[in-house]
Design a protein around this ligand. Structure first.
Ligand code: PHE
Length: 451
C-alpha cells in the first residue's frame, strides 16, 4: 500500500522548517569567521548581493522542483527529464554523507551545553581541553549517539506532527536567545571596537577569494544541493505563495548570520584581539568562545544560552538532512517511515563512528590526507554539492527551461518580481559561479592556492 506523503500545514510551518534547515552551524560558526577573515563589511555586502541573486535563484528552483513533482530529490529530477534521473541519486548521496559527521559535531555541542549547565566551563577555557575531548574514544561517541537519537525522534514523528511543530517552537526560542546574547555582548564595555572591526569594510582583504568564500558559504548556508529544499518543497501545498516563502527563508537565514557576527566577533575581539576572530574551524566555537565566556561577567549564563541556541540550530538542520534521506527512501522503496529511519540510523552509525574516532584512536587513517570527518565534509560541500547544483542549473536552464519554475511559482496568479534575475542566474551566471567554486576549492585542496 502506498503511504500518503507528509505535508506542512501551511506557509508558516514550511518557512520555519526550511529556515530551521538553513540556520545552522554555517550561520553561527562559519559566517562570523569568514566575515572577520575577508574584510568585514565588504564580505557582508558581497554575501547579501549574492543571497539576493544566486541564492534566491537556486533556492526558488529547488523548492519549485519539489512542489511541482511532489517527490523528494531521488525521483524529482527524473520526473522533469528522464535523462537526468541519475542526478537524483547523486544528490541523494549528499545528505547520507553529511548526517553522520554533522551529528558528531552536534554531539560536541551537546557536550558543551552540559559543561555550562554543570558550571565546569573554567576547565574548557584551557586550550587543550577541546582536542583531548574529541580525541577521546567513548565520550564523543556517546554524545554523537544522543544527538543522532534526538534527530531520529523528531523525524520519526513525521512532517506535520513533528518536524513542523518542533520548528515552530524551536525557531522562535533560537531568535530570542540570539537577540538576548547579542544585546548582552554589545553592552559590554569596549565592544564597539569589535563591532567596528566586524562592520567596517577592509578593502585590503578583498579579492576574488572573498567572492568565492561568500558564494561557498551561501550555498552551504541555504541548504542547497543536498535534496533538502526539494524534499521540503514537495511537502508544501499548491496554494502556498512560493516566492514570498523564499523571501522569508532568505531573510531569516541572513539575519541569523549577521547576528551571529554580532554575538561572536565583538566578544572574541575584546578578549583575544583580531587574531582570535579569524581562528577558523573548530577553534573559534570550541576554544576561543568558551575562553571568552569564562572571562566575561555573567559568562556562564551567556555561554549556556549561546550553546543551547547553537544546539537548537544544529538539531533543526540535522532533522532536515535526515528527513531528506528518509523521504527519498520512502519514495523509492515504498517502505514505512519507521523502517526508513532505522536504515538511516544504522548507516549513520557506520559512518559517524569513524568520523568521531578519526580525531583520536583512528587519526592515523586518512583519505587524501584528511581524517574521516574532514574528508566527508570536503567531499559533500566542495565536490558533490557544486556538481549537483551545476547540473540542476543545466537541467532547468537548458533542458526543461526556466518556464517550469516560473509556472510553478505563479500557479495561483502570484507576482514573480525577480523572474528575470532567476532566468539569467540559472541559465548563465550560476553555472559559471559554480564552476568557479568547484575549480577554486580543488585548487585550495591540492595546495595550489591558499585561502
Ligand atoms: N544550512 C546549514 C547551515 O548553515 C547547513 C546544513 C544544513 C548542513 C543541513 C547540514 C545539514 O549550517
Amino acid at each position: 500500500m502506498e503511504k500518503k506523503r507528509g505535508s506542512f500545514s501551511g506557509g508558516l510551518g514550511f518557512v520555519l522548517a526550511a529556515a530551521g534547515s538553513a540556520v545552522g552551524l554555517g550561520n553561527l560558526w562559519r559566517f562570523p569567521y569568514l566575515a572577520a577573515q575577508y574584510g568585514g563589511g565588504i564580505f557582508i555586502l558581497v554575501y547579501i548581493i549574492l543571497a539576493l541573486t544566486f541564492g534566491f535563484a537556486l533556492l526558488t528552483t529547488e523548492i519549485a522542483i519539489g512542489r511541482k513533482t511532489g517527490s523528494s530529490h531521488i525521483l524529482a529530477y527524473g520526473k522533469l527529464d528522464k535523462r537526468f534521473g541519475f542526478l537524483g541519486y547523486l544528490a541523494a548521496i549528499v545528505p547520507v554523507i553529511i548526517l553522520p559527521y554533522y551529528s558528531v559535531i552536534g554531539g560536541w555541542i551537546i557536550k558543551y551545553v552540559t559543561i555550562f549547565v554543570t558550571g565546569t566551563q573554567a576547565e574548557v577555557a584551557n586550550n587543550s581541553y577541546f582536542g583531548s575531548f574529541i580525541g577521546d574514544t567513548f565520550s564523543p561517541l556517546f554524545f554523537f549517539m544522543i544527538f543522532l537519537g534526538l534527530t531520529m525522534l523528531i523525524v520519526i514523528g513525521g512532517v506535520e506532527k513533528s518536524i513542523e511543530k518542533i520548528s515552530k517552537i524551536l525557531m522562535p526560542i533560537l531568535l530570542v536567545l540570539m537577540v538576548g546574547v547579542s544585546i548582552y555582548v554589545l553592552t559590554l564595555p569596549g565592544s564597539m571596537e569589535g563591532v567596528k572591526f566586524y562592520l567596517l569594510p577592509d578593502f585590503s582583504k578583498f579579492s576574488l577569494i572573498t567572492v568565492c568564500a561568500a558564494m561557498g558559504q551561501l550555498f552551504y548556508s541555504l541548504s542547497i544541493a543536498m535534496g533538502i529544499m526539494i524534499t521540503y518543497g514537495s511537502y508544501t501545498h499548491k496554494d502556498m505563495n512560493l516566492s514570498r516563502s523564499v523571501v522569508h527563508i532568505e531573510i531569516f537565514d541572513t539575519i541569523v548570520a549577521l547576528f551571529a557576527g554580532f554575538m561572536v566577533i565583538p566578544a572574541v575581539y575584546m578578549f583575544n584581539g583580531e587574531a582570535g576572530t579569524t581562528a577558523s574551524g573548530p577553534g573559534l566555537m570550541f576554544q576561543s568562545l568558551p575562553s571568552v565566556f569564562n572571562q566575561m561577567a555573567g559568562g556562564r549564563i551567556i555561554g549556556l544560552a549561546f550553546f543551547i541556541l547553537v544546539a537548537l540550530a544544529a538539531l533543526t538542520s540535522s532533522v532536515s538532512v535526515m528527513e531528506a534521506i528518509v523521504s527519498s527512501i520512502m519514495d523509492k522503496l515504498k517502505i514505512s517511515r519507521g523502517k526508513a529511519c532505522a536504515i538511516v540510523v544504522i548507516v549513520s552509525l557506520a559512518l559517524g563512528i569513524p568520523s568521531s574516532l578519526g580525531n583520536g584512536v583512528w587519526s592515523n587513517i586518512t583519505i587524501l590526507g584528511m581524517d574521516f570527518l574532514t574528508f566527508f565534509d570536503y567531499l559533500s560541500n566542495y565536490v558533490i554539492m557544486p556538481i549537483v547544483a551545476l547540473l540542476t542549473c543545466i537541467l532547468i536552464g537548458w533542458f526543461v527551461g526556466t518556464k517550469v519554475i516560473k509556472d510553478e511559482v505563479t500557479r495561483n496568479g502570484e507576482k514573480f518580481r525577480r523572474q528575470a534575475v532567476l532566468d539569467v542566474m540559472i541559465k548563465y551566471i550560476a553555472p559559471v559561479l559554480l564552476l568557479i567554486i568547484l575549480i577554486f576549492y580543488s585548487l585550495v585542496q591540492f595546495g595550489l592556492i591558499s585561502m
